[in-house]
Ligand binder design. Sequence first.
Ligand SMILES: *Cc1c(COP(=O)(O)O)cnc(C)c1O
Length: 386
Amino acid sequence: MRSTRAVIYLDNLRNNIQSIRRAVKPGTRMCVTVKANAYGHGAVTVAKTVLACGVEYLAVATVDEGRELRDGGITAPVLLFSLCTPEEAADVVACGLTPFVTDEAYCALFEQAAAAAGVTCTVHLAVDTGMGRIGCMPDQAADVAAYIQKCSHLKLGGMCTHFAFADNVQQEGRQYTERQIAAFTHAVESVRNAGIDPGIRHCSSSAALLEYPDMQLDMVRPGIIVYGYYPDEVDAAYLAAAGRPLDIRPVMAFETRVVAVRHFEPGASVSYGRTWTADMPTDIAVLPAGYADGLLRRCSPGLQVAVNGSAYPVRGRICMDQCMVDIGNGNSRVKRWDKAVIFGPRESGALQTADDIARSTGTISYEILTGISRRVPRVYVGELPV
Ligand SMILES: *Cc1c(COP(=O)(O)O)cnc(C)c1O
């Protein structure tokens, strides 16, 4: 196996699930978001681990992601967050996924597929209360629910919405979220008034479940906090100050190893475009990790990599498959084959997290984690789920 790898600390994952469970009201179900290969952590192993911790539901974004869970032997309910194509509807039914539905024509795809298969397809009605993405408008909810009711192979299993600004704890974020909450409450009531059971009501991703505990309703849908990162402004300091600290730990470490140590004299340049030139005698450690692994090209200059407890700066441009790190001159603490850690929890030897890298490159931890590419093997530490 290659040395560049994503090491997944399953005990940190278990710790995070337990911490989130403590922040969730008793009786509220947990739906763990394992879309995008469980935010890069490996969908099947993450799913099995969290289900063994008592999580009730899983969620994916694509039909293929859902099929991967089923092929992995997972039988728990799986929500399908994004809309699929007509051609995929039969697979949704065959895999027993629970799609978010938005309108009558889209519902009809699953009614047909379920009728053809002779089964019932459970759907959740998504209401767009201000995200501007998918869902019916709040005042259409009762009509779509009535349509679902008329379809003999569909069952309305739940109603949901998604907040656009719940990770903003300023007044503007709060006001906008309150408006979304009111619109969702109204939509649910209109369905009830039509004599239809709305099923499981859910609207809270990581930020909202922490910030709006009253809106945990029947189920919450955490994603990023499961993997040990905070959503934007709802961070560790904010939660601690609010008297609601959350003990979550990064689950993934992104590691590689030094494959060569080179010595250069002043005037020598490193990497494409010659953006860095040695101005003194310099030892350079070569790492076999690059932007095709998810180490963003724009991390250079500025990125630091930890080797044996010290941080060293990347020099020159990050290449597709490799990057180069300045270890000083005559540094005996960095040797060929030593482990180099780009980000991760403390115990991995990392000196920074995916959040630190995200902040310095103008993005969010989600993008750093999901950007770790397929060719990077996932290696699990801690007890594997059965
Ligand atoms: C991705 C997603 C989530 C999880 O979001 P986090 O911010 O990672 O907690 C929840 N609900 C929906 C609809 C999503 O698309």
